[in-house]
Design a protein around this ligand. Sequence first.
Ligand SMILES: *Cc1c(COP(=O)(O)O)cnc(C)c1O
Length: 432
Amino acid sequence: MNVRELTTLEFDQQHLWHPYTNVTKPGPTFVVKEAEGVYLTLDDGTRVIDAMSSWWCMMHGHRHPQITQAMHDQIDRMPHVMFGGLTHDPAVDLGRKLLEITPKALSRVFYCDSGSVAVEVAMKMAVQYQHALGHSGRSEFATIRSGYHGDTWKAMSVCDPDTGMHHLFQGALSVQHFVDRPPITIDQPWSEDAALNGLAELQQVLEAGHNKIAALILEPVVQGTGGMYFYHPDYLNAARRICDELGILLIFDEIATGFGRTGAMFATDLCTVEPDIICLGKGLTGGHISFACTMTNDRVAEGIGGGKPGIFMHGPTYMANPLACATAKAALDVLTGQDWQACVKGLERQMRVELASARDLENVADVRVLGGIGVIEMKHQVSADAAHARAKDMGVFLRPFGKNIYTMPPFVTSPDELSQITAGMLRLAREL
Ligand SMILES: *Cc1c(COP(=O)(O)O)cnc(C)c1O
């Protein structure tokens, strides 16, 4: 058949790959015609609430007028220009804004295209820093299990070995150092007992490998794709101390947690220490265009710059893309221009109340809420495909993964819309 005669959906199903999907047997897929605020309009005219914030990035609603205006203004002036030997106001304006809101010591910004690349950049920075200090053997990484850091090779090597399917890529992935995820959750009281709080294992693994380990990389407080697990921030304070003792850098991947999602501007703000390197992405542009960055402190930047070869060995073609920078600056202005804390608190309070009844369901293992994240963890794997149609009936777009039926609603979700989302989640928990 001539491909021109195929409908949108037919062409899609026969020719396009989707994320983590079987290309020859794709599941149900909706055609979206338009997106505005919290709503997606499908080709059959149905409007559904985007309860996923389009994979957690569309925090202020689709097609936010202030953000799209900034995009129009920038696109008419200069959509792109290379960043080697050139600079521009959008990059600088965004940099100023980032320095204002990120943890104090982070003073150097590396712009890149996506979260996974931001993680690659962070890992390269760590290795190059160690190399500059004369520790050329330190090129491995430590991390905690059930983490997720992206889909590129090096990022994948520090994803959870089971859910990241390390066995499938055996031989191609670098072997890294894994410790169990921190056992004490954010809702439990902290225990100083190092065996109970998981720090004994961390200490032991870092000590044993410290001549080979460049950095410890983890998602602070919230592990996202690896299981939607919320652990105690005190773990991070202790991790910082252990890393310092051993000369190991600390990398926080805040790609999912950054920009208010947990109720704090950054999950880092929930603990008392700062990382050496931070990765930001997803919500950076409020879900309007792919963009990310890696920030580091003067110590790491000066270490790399003062060592050999001095230059940092990374530079994407679209580095600091002006359109993306202007978009991100506008999205951050929207974020800080509102009472986002009250907004996220409101989402949290309502989700705690409305999701609580899921605890009574036999197949539910746990219900947890933190900031703008609401999770019903089932005792079994949930089929995302089976969830789609049921959620659509409820006027909601939900895409569970693993055992988790979850939402990360846009910050602009109204109480009524949020009730519709939680009702959809409860239905899935009952029926799937
Ligand atoms: C989504 C995510 C990434 C990867 O970002 P992409 O933009 O999809 O490459 C990395 N780390 C964390 C914690 C994420 O949630």
